[in-house]
Design a protein around this ligand. Sequence first.
Ligand code: AMP
Ligand code: ZN
Length: 114
Amino acid sequence: MSDCIFCKIAAKEIPASVVYEDEKVLAFKDINPAAPVHVLVIPKQHFSSAMDIGEKDADIIAHIFKVCQKLAVDLGIADRGFRIVNNCGQDGGQTVGHIHFHLLGGRNLGWPPG
Ligand code: AMP
Ligand code: ZN
């Protein structure tokens, strides 16, 4: 989508601190980190939110979770644990309309969320 900030990051039209990339997925550091490790993992394909995901998208969602596993190991948070978060819609706290998965770790994250 032409006016989507995360599509622009995926297309390298806006800079980001990229920590992983392949043909389907990009991962980059959150600009406003909420934990010592805070990475956003996005599909390069535009989906507006979790509500856009269908059965046909099973492969990309599984791939995103494999990338999260790899990043958790590479970034040193796999052993102590981490959180993968998808915010969906207004009450979910979604502020960017391109689906993204927060990978958070490096401190005890607490529960429940605010
Ligand atoms: P959400 O509130 O779940 O939609 O998460 C959006 C996240 O994107 C927030 O944590 C922001 O800090 C982050 N964010 C917004 N713009 C950028 C950007 N240009 N580069 C990196 N992270 C961003
Ligand atoms: Zn997009």
